[in-house]
Design a protein around this ligand. Structure first.
Ligand code: CTP
Ligand SMILES: C[C@](O)(CO)[C@H](O)COP(=O)(O)O
Length: 233
């Protein structure tokens, strides 16, 4: 067993969801999205504890939700920042003194499997830094100012997912450096990559979607509710 601490991010606004509120509160089969995600880690015996990073304005609402759900694990609430990267850094800072494995996960990804969590934990234990990702299936065009520049070699392209797992000291230092240098990346592994450290890729599942748009929400309903018919495409 490879134990880890999970940082779950929920401090975004969900602008692309256009729901008029943070998408984390949207109910999928009568349960808020963020509760579905927290339940994954609550169920995993390899996960020792959880930090939930929230928007300070939503702290009370989230606390109420947590108090109304029977979690066996301690869920520590941490106040997030304006951007995702700042929210992660706040989560890491709140754990100062910890020295083990930490998983960083989007609250908006409620479908990561137990197998993927454990494969990631094994890889993180061995390599100090690892992420779930899947090979891209579309043909990817590079475009600038609406002008097509080139078609990229798909065989070298993978789509990054979360969780991403790290030894605490390594990811804390990578975030500290990015913060000092005003560098913003779109995931946490990229902050480690720029320090010259190798990050191991673990093939995840195409089901581990990030719920970003209303269309993703429809897919999520279909995943969770077996009685709901699949959408015809
Ligand atoms: N300041 C922020 C921004 C994002 N997140 C979290 O990071 C995850 C991935 O971000 P994304 O899917 O982009 O969520 P939002 O930022 O909420 O969405 P949008 O960009 O559409 O506003 C989400 O679980 C989100 O809550 C966060 O904790 N703090
Ligand atoms: C971290 C991430 O989920 C990996 O795919 C993604 O980069 C988050 O990006 P977003 O801009 O916050 O949606």
């Amino acid at each position: 067993m490879r134990s880890y601490h999970a940082i779950v991010l929920a401090a975004g606004q969900g602008k692309r969801m256009k729901a008029g509120e943070n998408k984390q509160f949207i109910k999928i089969r009568n349960k808020p999205l963020i509760i579905h995600t927290l339940e994954l880690f609550n169920r995993d015996s390899w996960c020792t504890s959880i930090s939930l990073v929230v928007n300070p304005k939503e702290e009370e609402r989230i606390r109420d939700l947590i108090n109304n759900t029977a979690f066996q694990k301690n869920v520590q609430i941490v106040k997030g920042g304006k951007e995702r990267q700042q929210s992660v850094f706040e989560g890491l800072k709140s754990m100062e003194g910890y020295s083990g494995m930490v998983f960083i996960h989007d609250g908006a990804r409620p479908f990561v499997s137990l197998d993927s969590l454990h494969e990631l934990a094994e890889a993180t234990f061995t390599h100090q830094a690892a992420l779930l990702a899947v090979p891209v299936t579309d043909t990817i065009k590079q475009v600038k100012n609406n002008k097509l520049l080139e078609t990229l070699d798909r065989s070298t392209l993978w789509a990054a997912q979360t969780p991403q797992g790290f030894h605490y000291d390594m990811i804390f230092k990578a975030h500290q450096l990015a913060d000092e240098q005003n560098y913003t990346g779109t995931d946490d592994a990229s902050l480690v990559e720029r320090t010259g450290q190798q990050v191991e890729i673990v093939q995840g599942s195409y089901d581990n979607i990030k719920i970003t748009t209303p269309e993703d929400l429809k897919r999520a309903q279909a995943f969770i509710d077996p009685e709901e018919p699949e959408e015809k495409i």
